[in-house]
Design a protein around this ligand. Structure first.
Ligand code: SF4
Length: 482
């Protein structure tokens, strides 16, 4: 079978979506790992498989139409997050008009959360939860005509919608093959905070032990979580690759000529033993890499090992420096945890991005926000990402916001959390939150102390171009686009 994983250009008049994380519009592009996993599994079974990333390649709607006219794929697969649902459905409509009779597979968090939205005809299937092995079984069934009724994790249409029972979460993550990065043209991908190129991304675990009530983890973890919650009403336990397997994947990445890696796990620093073993194993490869972690996981030994292994920056969710707000959102850290982690990371010269969330609980006030922003400025980290808390469908925050009437539009509507508020409390309105968000960015990034620090860090013309282009895109997106 010829299977094409399609990431269409924006077709619904909105913006490019970051499908790796799922809850944001994109400023830059990363390779879509969940699709790469599925494509790798299919390639190993002998299917002809390709991944076409139209937004990454800066290709237009007209080029998509042209591609469809000439293409002869049997199956088109989409990895869909909420914000690109309409685009993917419009792409299917376009393909149906030109190539009736082909089949469609939808996977990712949105087809897991609401499969019925995608199932209007017998030509379409949803692979819920973790998609790679489910898609493989589905395509085998389509090839052999053996029927899909027994495939767990599938929703399908046949004179009505049927949701087959859920598949188990993948117990042994090492059974998932190392993604074959040759399937995907990596030229469009970079991370402006990492200087070395070419660049790729990597996922060494799925899920997170945290209980933050607003949490939308990376989109693969979220699909897995949404599927599990339907039956068990709680998050599945996180699963991680063994240190040996992570070292193997980094070695494969280095062998293929990549020079930098974004590790996009919700949490990379699971336990010190694993982290130290991974760092020892990958240090000789000379790769530059980044990861996300919780501040309480940072200690001197871990930070020193990370630095020696090539870690250039870490991304930490601190969200607030008000203890009551942190308790209300179930963050299970204190402001002191973040300050201690920042001190240690600075000592080992690992750059830091702090994520700050405004309005994730009605405990938040203008006062708690201003206090948080002042603390972040005092810490003077390399990057600060400010967002307005988004009650994303499926999160505990969403259900509370809906019940208590905290959503300005009465329900969730797709908005850019780096710019627009959906939340509006009686004491902290949508408009006020949006003003505070602008203030957060302007007071942080136009601060002369910060600007000087950035200028001194520029290492090359390419580095400067990347920084300027990211800053330009960022300010255009947040302050000039509607
Ligand atoms: S620590 Fe991060 S990934 Fe884990 S639950 Fe909290 S927000 Fe989600």
């Amino acid at each position: 079978m010829k299977v094409t994983f399609l990431i269409p250009p924006v077709l619904d008049g909105t913006k490019n979506v970051d499908r790796c994380f799922g809850c944001n519009y994109s400023i830059y592009f990363l390779p879509l790992l969940p699709v790469l996993y599925a494509a790798t599994v299919l390639k190993r079974t002998g299917d002809e498989v390709s991944i076409l990333d139209f937004p990454g390649q800066k290709k237009t709607e007209e080029e998509l139409r042209d591609f469809i006219r000439k293409d002869n794929s049997d199956i088109y697969a989409f990895y869909t997050v909420f914000l690109c649902q309409n685009t993917d459905l419009l792409a299917r409509k376009m393909i149906r008009e030109t190539r009736p009779g082909v089949k469609f597979i939808f996977c990712g968090p949105q087809p897991t959360f609401a499969p019925e939205v995608f199932l209007d005809k017998e030509d379409s299937f949803c692979a819920r939860g973790e998609p790679e092995f489910i898609i493989k079984e589905l395509i085998t069934a389509l090839k052999t005509g053996s029927g899909v009724d027994k495939i767990r994790g599938i929703s399908h249409y046949s004179s009505g919608i049927t949701h087959n029972p859920a598949a188990d979460v993948i117990a042994d993550l090492d059974s998932v093959p190392i993604p074959d990065r040759s399937i995907l043209d990596h030229k469009p991908y970079f991370n402006p905070k990492l200087r070395s190129m070419p660049h790729t991304a990597c996922l060494t675990s799925r899920g997170c032990f945290g209980r933050c009530w607003y949490c939308v983890p990376n989109s693969l973890s979220y699909a897995r979580e949404l599927e599990h919650k339907k039956e068990f009403h709680k998050k599945p336990a996180p699963r991680m690759h063994s240190a040996r397997r992570v070292i193997e994947e980094f070695s494969d990445i280095a062998r293929r000529g990549f020079r930098s890696v974004s590790v996009i796990d919700d949490e990379f620093l699971w336990d010190d033993k694993r982290t130290l073993e991974i760092c020892r194993g990958i240090a000789p490869l000379g790769l530059e890499w980044s990861c996300l972690c919780r501040p309480e996981k940072i200690n001197e030994e871990v930070a020193s090992a990370m630095k020696s292994a090539g870690c250039a920056y870490v991304d930490m969710g601190t969200e607030s420096f008000d203890e009551k707000v942190l308790a209300a959102i179930k963050k299970d850290i204190s402001g002191e945890d973040t300050k201690r982690a920042v001190r240690i990371l600075k000592k080992y010269k690992i750059e830091i991005e702090l994520n700050v969330l405004l309005g994730a609980t009605p405990m938040e006030t203008e006062g708690t926000i201003r206090k948080t922003l002042a603390e972040v400025r005092r810490l003077n980290v390399d990057y600060a990402l400010f967002s307005i808390a988004n009650p994303f469908p499926g999160t505990d925050f969403y259900y509370a916001a809906k019940k208590e009437g905290w959503m300005f539009y009465g329900d969730y509507v797709p908005k850019d959390p780096a710019k627009n508020a959906i939340i509006s409390y009686p004491h902290l309105s949508k408009e006020k939150l949006e003003k505070l968000l602008s203030y957060a960015y302007l007071s942080y990034y136009l601060n002369p102390r910060y600007l000087c620090k950035q200028l001194f860090k520029v290492r090359s013309l390419k580095d400067l171009t990347n920084k300027l282009s990211t800053a330009f895109n960022f300010f255009r997106k947040n302050f000039f686009e509607k």
